[in-house]
Design a protein around this ligand. Sequence first.
Ligand code: PHE
Length: 343
Amino acid sequence: MNDLMTQIEQNKKEIESSVVTNKEELEAFRIKYLGTKGIVKAIMGEMKNVPVEQKKDAGQLLNEFKIFTEAAFENFSNAVESKADQIDFNMDLSLPGQPINIGARHPISIVHNKIISIFQRLGFSVAEGPEIEDDWHNFTALNLPENHPARDMQDTFYISQNPDWLLRTHTSSAQIRAMEKGELPLRIICPGRVYRNETISARAHCFFNQVEGLYIAENVSFADLKQTLYFFVKEMFGENVKVRFRPSYFPFTEPSAEMDISCLICGGEGCSVCKRTGWVEILGCGMVHPSVLDNCGIDSKKYTGFAFGMGIERITMLTYQVKDLRLFSENDVRFLKQFTSAI
Ligand code: PHE
């Protein structure tokens, strides 16, 4: 028993005079005193040599010693931790800092936001609709009844459980939903993702983004349509860009047109991007067909309107001179980080 007491006293003194200044010394302390082969365990092992009548006192002593050692370890550990938080003035301040990766907006988002802000300045507001649509809103209400050959212009993903549902092929469906609400005059743009069953290539994808616009009021004319789109083109691509309209066909507009701008790459001289024509097509447009207005419960004798639709990928490719539209959905950071908000 006396022997045990002396051992404990000696070790206590040693612990009190221990110096622990770093993690290595802290670990050495732990192993020496509290490890499986450490002093506390070793002294405990000697309990078996203590005569029975002294076992109680010896146990108490040992327990105190264990608590004392653990508390010492805890103190050293706290001291080492708080030291680690302090600034090390011996470090080399000329070393480069940790690199910070600053994220960047996706080029499609940048162009999407710019298109929206241009039309908002003309008084258009944003209207949205679902990506899974029914046949009525995507086709039938737009003057594209079942079996109409023009449905072939937009190869469609139908949903097998219910052929009345499909992935919308354009955001014109959101325009139908807005017209059905019947609040006139109506001046909206409908941005969003659309889906077509296309073979994926540098110029086509099975999903892409659109912005479609719609203006319905009394006495809206084709001149209003042209003026709105002229303004858009100048704001989007600059003052020097030329614009031309070509007659076209869409079941939901009459008359219909496609709008081209002078090629941004060659300035109209002719190059591979514009297929040597000097022009690139950027959108479809026209006066809303009276049947579409009637389908939505709008009096086509009183109201007229224009509509247009463009692919954001196409505008982005022209803006940044990107040659392959697959880059937009591959999520390769080396590509994505090249774009800043300024265009
Ligand atoms: N909805 C047409 C498309 O996706 C674009 C368009 C919209 C054309 C409005 C004319 C008027 O191809």
